[in-house]
Design a protein around this ligand. Structure first.
Ligand code: NAP
Length: 326
């Protein structure tokens, strides 16, 4: 690749970071720098400074974060706010000091108010109260957006930097977290249907009525969106954002009820039993869908149909189980 930039993908062992590395490699990118958490703790300021000064990457994808479900967010709020703020401050500031011109920060749809109008537009940011269960995490993610914007505003012209942010909806796919207490909806259901199939259980019980709807995006599509936003020309990016409202939503474009998702997974996994909805359990927010018309208007669209993505996710779960055995 002519004039190939050197790209650091922070968090390359994670679900999103590994998908970004696969996407960059598929595009012929060879100069990719990675460090595992054990090799470089991004909470350690002097180690991060030394890394950037030594490696001097041209671009950074910031996909390292302390991530978890409701249980972990509720149980460890201090770790979630500190762990994410410090990683963002260290990476963004040291990237700037070492001369990184382009950086992409990955946030999350939880930055939006709990009662935001649906579908959620970028402009909904900071217009209302956050969901209390993940407020510390969301505040750290909002700070990440504002770090990028503030560095652009102060140093954009003088240092030629261009730091951008994308806000993904719920993601699923290879590399997902299948922890029994700490996983998101799709990996949690994959695990439960697979276990029920193996144990020949007559039914799988799902919390709530199954009527709430959610949006799910295959992680390979998210990786494509990340590279798409990183590579958007500056004029087009600036025409679609403003200096203090610069983040871009990345969603599948439509939502599905938990009931329909459960029946789709039952089919994909080949579980022959019944699905029971435990209506004594709470449903949560009735609907959560991002408005992705901004990125779609610029030319990106999710391409993996949900059923196909769920099939691939299940295949990767089977590989993960095999790897656990060896
Ligand atoms: N998964 C989703 O559904 C989803 C949805 C919306 C947004 N996102 C965003 O996408 C990004 C990546 O999420 P993901 O699902 O890929 O999470 P993930 O699988 O947990 O990956 C995060 C990676 O960051 C690493 N990391 C965390 N703290 C670190 C530190 N102090 N130093 C070095 N490495 C560190 C983790 O390493 P260890 O595991 O070794 O700690 C892990 O490899 C996050 O910003 C998240 O908010 C994800």
């Amino acid at each position: 690749m002519k004039n190939e930039p050197t790209i650091y993908v922070a968090g390359h062992k994670g679900m999103v970071g590994s998908a970004i590395v696969r996407e960059l490699q598929a595009r012929g990118q060879t100069k990719i720098i990675t460090r595992t958490h054990a090799e470089l703790d991004l909470c350690n300021q002097s180690d991060v400074a030394h890394f950037f000064q030594t490696e001097k990457p041209d671009q950074v994808y910031l996909a390292a974060a302390k991530v978890g479900g409701i249980y972990a967010n509720n149980a460890y709020p201090a770790e979630f706010i500190y762990g994410n703020l410090i990683v963002e401050c260290n990476v963004i500031h040291q990237a700037f000091l070492s001369g990184v011109k382009k950086l992409l920060f990955l946030g999350s749809s939880c930055i939006y108010p709990r009662l935001a109008n649906q579908p959620i537009v970028e402009e909904a940011l900071m217009t209302g109260t956050l969901e209390p269960t993940n407020e510390p995490y969301a505040i750290a993610k909002i700070a990440g957006i504002k770090l990028c914007e503030s560095y652009n505003r102060q140093y954009g012209s003088s240092h030629g930097i261009d730091y951008r942010s994308v806000m993904p909806t719920n993601l699923y796919g290879p590399g997902d977290n299948y922890h029994p207490e700490n996983s998101h909806v799709v990996p949690g259901l994959i695990r439960r249907f697979h276990d029920a199939k193996r144990q020949v259980a007559p039914s799988v019980k799902i919390w709530g009525t199954g009527t709430p709807s959610r949006e799910f995006l295959f992680v390979n599509d998210m990786a494509k969106a990340s590279v798409f936003v990183m590579e958007l020309n500056k004029e087009q990016y600036e025409a679609n954002t403003s200096p203090m409202l610069s983040h871009i939503n990345v969603g599948f474009g439509s939502d599905i009820s938990i009931r329909d998702l459960a029946y789709l997974l039952k089919e994909v996994i080949g579980y022959p039993g019944e699905i029971e909805f435990d209506t004594s359990k709470p449903d949560g927010t009735p609907r959560k869908l991002m408005d992705s018309s901004k990125i779609q208007g610029m030319g990106w669209q999710a391409t993996t149909p949900l059923k196909e993505g769920l099939y691939e996710a299940y295949q990767s779960y089977l590989k993960y189980l095999d790897a656990q055995k060896t």
